[in-house]
Ligand binder design. Structure first.
Ligand code: FES
Length: 253
């Protein structure tokens, strides 16, 4: 198939950007979107031109590194699909495809389609871990966890931190990412000792970089792992409790 790409090109964070048009010729419909960009880049390189910079790593929908706006939608808008898993058969021969980086103040553009997502690292640093020494794997029945709760924690842990939720949200809110990262620890026994310190620290850090949720629900629709916005309700509930409990602990200290 032959396609026309309108790609955002930007030489650096402080440089002006603009769309440039490229032809993507003889693309296999079995190629992924990133493989199609590889083909375009090979041709650009052979012509002595600067290839298009884009983030990628696993190319299996696991790492969350790939993240591109395709025709105005994060990851192209196909349900439960990261950019690396989006196949060209979803497009038609002769299509014009607009390709942009994530558009969010919290994710400044580094170059072309690559953005700086280190704000997510700051949120994780603030509390996305447990402080207890877990040691070697314990006997499975020593820490009873109801199956429904372990399933829910696993659903939250499916978040790959790609940032599509932020890019999709009109407020550029990171509530779905933060909620997933809080929930997969706060739901389990191992996450209880730091539960309320964790939620307060992670939400307060999130608010330094991102907007606030006003329940648009675009994040859930854009999430390549179909993470439910129900986790945002759990986050808000824990955050309200944390404000009360943490204040009481400080006044007693
Ligand atoms: S490259 Fe790892 S999720 Fe897409």
């Amino acid at each position: 198939m032959d396609l026309t790409l309108r790609v955002w090109r930007q030489a650096g964070p402080d440089r002006p950007g603009a769309f440039e048009e490229y032809r993507a010729r003889e693309i296999s419909e079995d190629a992924s979107f990133l493989e199609m960009l590889d083909v375009v880049n090979e041709r650009l390189t052979l012509e002595g031109k600067e290839p298009i910079t884009f983030d990628h790593d696993c190319r299996e929908g696991i790492c969350g590194t790939c993240g591109i706006m395709i025709n105005g939608k994060p990851h192209g808008g196909q349900k439960g699909t990261a950019t690396c898993q989006l196949h060209m058969r979803k497009f038609g021969n002769g299509d014009v495809i607009v390709v942009e980086p994530w558009r969010a103040a919290g994710f400044p553009v580094l170059k072309d389609l690559m953005v700086n997502r280190s704000a997510f690292d700051r949120i994780i640093e603030a509390g996305g871990y447990i402080g207890v020494d877990v040691g070697s794997a314990p006997e499975a029945n020593l820490i009873p966890v109801p199956k429904a709760v372990s399933e829910l924690a696993m659903d939250a842990a499916a978040c790959i931190g790609c940032g599509a939720c932020v890019a999709a949200c009109p407020n550029n809110a990171a509530q779905l990412f933060t909620a997933a990262k809080v929930a997969h620890l706060n739901l389990l026994p191992q996450g209880q000792p730091e539960r309320f310190a964790r939620v307060e620290a992670m939400v307060d850090t999130m608010e330094r970089f991102f907007g606030s949720c006003t329940n648009h629900g675009e994040c859930e629709a854009a999430c390549p792992k179909s993470i439910s916005i129900d986790f945002i309700a759990l986050l808000n509930k824990d955050y309200v409790r944390a404000k009360r409990i943490n204040r009481a602990m400080v006044s007693r200290a």
